[in-house]
Design a protein around this ligand. Structure first.
Ligand SMILES: [Zn+2]
Length: 530
């Protein structure tokens, strides 16, 4: 039997061989009956490369047939082509009966037996003309549920001035709903048997990214009580600490730099009493040891006896789920291995690539095994993982696919090779600063700009990111500088989700600052964590 998913308890009982077998079965069905008929980009690619999609039987076959990995630069130029569209085939309309037939094939092969039954029953009514009109309506509704994009997360790599979107359907939302709860269950797993109950607080920024929304869906399902906030967005951090105290919150989720530099700092200053056991889930940025230590120290000083911190790993493109650590010293577990596969690849000099073995490091590549809307296969996420394994986790004992130590590919040259463009992560949002600079230079009145990514406290590598704009205006505009500064801020905020600090200097000063002849358009002067 093909399964469509595992609950957390089922995952704990299954072994990695069984998971791999089912992963490949789902991947096979997905490529044959969703991607090949409905995905404009891969359909074209398979044809161009003369690949029979029915020969692809496991994820590793992607490398066997040398199917190109997708870089962000490629993705942003083909946004529409990455969205499943069953209504067209090779640019022409498809017969609605064929749309239903493909979905039927897919449901059967991928183990979605309820969906298969639904299509069979309503299809029969249409054919036999027993309540055909209503049956047809139900099928239409179901197709819209399955395929019509409902919302998006923003990804990096810009298309027409905005970060590029990754689309989700209602069906994707359903999958996210059942997957995100597993992330939380892993985070609190060691305490559940003792009867400990979660009272949670969402401290992710509210934005069209996976973070806030997935955490919101997950915490709402698993908490005894849930406090939804938007980090410091709507309510100041001091007030949030007060709320945490009033509701006795014992589980916090947010981005490391906001948590350390705002929320827990406010907690340290406040008259606040921590619960005995506290869990903290961090995601969206790399997690550094000293950041975790600071958070723990504050909680312990406020009375917590036991503090459990774990990291989550996701990207906009992972869409319907993410990976989570079983312990801060442990690996990241893929809690939805039948929906997504995180693979590790090595890029060869001749343009080919290989899946790497268990003890090697590699670049993280994402494969979708389920879902609709935007679908990517072999998508280079731009992160390096030190090693990936299948088997029993040495820390928690769960038997499945997991990977260790995720880090961004930060070096500009490596970024070009891996994702096809250069970008910086600022306060968790990934920003293409070269593109931002050209937008800023397009403002008439602006002569030259240098963009600097720095830290609020340059002595503290874990403090909040800041974005500085060093700007020289044209001589004639000195009268309306204030309006220009506002415009620079506005454009930057749209593009980078960060309000910059604008420093107006003379053109000569700017040239000197930026290195004279070899003009440094973008500098990252953030101190490196030791
Ligand atoms: Zn583990």
């Amino acid at each position: 039997m093909v399964r469509t998913t595992f609950t957390y308890q089922e995952l704990k009982r299954t072994n990695h061989r069984e998971i791999k077998r089912l992963q490949d079965q789902k991947f096979r069905a997905f490529i044959r009956y969703q991607v090949w008929p409905n995905h404009p980009y891969y359909r074209r690619l398979f044809k161009e490369l003369d690949i029979d999609p029915f020969n692809i039987v496991c994820v590793e076959d992607w490398a066997k047939y040398n199917i190109p990995l997708v870089r962000k630069s490629e993705y942003k130029d083909h946004l529409r082509e990455f969205v499943l569209n069953p209504t067209e085939v090779d640019g022409s309309p498809r017969d609605p009966a064929d749309v239903v037939k493909n979905l039927m094939e897919y449901s059967k092969e991928a183990g979605h037996s309820d969906l298969a039954k639904f299509i069979r029953n309503n299809g029969a009514r249409v054919k036999l003309k027993i309540g055909a009109g209503a049956a047809m309506e139900r099928l239409k509704e179901r197709l819209a549920h399955q395929y019509a994009p409902l919302q998006f997360w923003l990804s990096s790599g810009r298309a027409s001035g905005l970060p590029s979107p990754v689309f989700l359907t209602r069906y994707d939302n359903e999958l996210l709903y059942s997957n995100c709860v597993k992330v939380g269950q892993m985070a609190i797993d060691p305490w559940v048997d003792s009867g400990w109950e979660l009272i949670s607080m969402n401290l992710f920024p509210y934005a069209p990214h996976l973070g806030w929304h997935a955490v919101n869906l997950g915490l709402k399902q698993m908490s005894k009580f849930y406090v939804a906030t938007s980090a410091g967005g709507a309510i100041p951090s001091e007030k949030l600490v007060e709320l945490a105290g009033v509701f006795k919150v014992n589980g916090f989720a947010g981005m490391p730099s906001y948590m350390r530099n705002r929320f827990f700092r406010a907690m340290a200053e406040a008259d606040y009493e921590a619960p005995e056991r506290v869990v903290v889930v961090l995601a969206g940025e790399k997690i550094y040891g000293p950041v975790v230590e600071d958070i723990k120290t504050i909680l312990v000083a406020k009375g917590a006896r036991e503090v459990r911190v774990v990291g989550g790993y996701a990207s906009s493109e992972s869409k319907i789920s993410f990976a989570v650590q079983c312990d801060l010293s442990g690996p990241y577990h893929n809690v939805s291995p039948l929906m997504l596969a995180f693979e590790s690849v090595k890029l060869n000099d001749d343009g080919t690539y290989d899946f790497v073995g268990e003890d090697e490091s590699g670049y993280a590549a994402l494969f979708h095994l389920d879902g609709t809307g935007t679908v990517v296969e072999g998508f280079l996420l731009g992160d390096v993982i030190s090693k990936q394994e299948r088997g029993r986790c040495p820390v928690c004992g769960m038997d499945g696919p997991f990977f260790w130590d995720v880090g961004r590919t930060n070096d500009a040259e490596a970024q070009i090779q891996v994702i096809g463009l250069t970008e910086k992560t600022i306060k968790g949002a990934t920003v293409n600063l070269t593109a931002l600079r050209s937008d800023l230079l397009a403002i008439s009145g602006v002569e030259e700009v240098q963009i600097e990514v720095a830290k609020e406290d340059m002595q503290d590598p874990y403090s909040m990111d800041v974005l500085n704009l060093y700007v020289a205006f044209r001589g004639s505009v000195s009268s309306n500088q204030a309006a220009l500064i506002e415009e620079l801020k506005k454009i930057t905020k749209i593009s980078a989700e960060v309000t910059p600090v604008v420093h107006v200097i003379s053109f000569e000063e700017l040239l000197e600052r930026a290195g004279g002849m070899k003009f440094m358009e973008v500098v990252d002067s953030r101190p490196k964590p030791s």
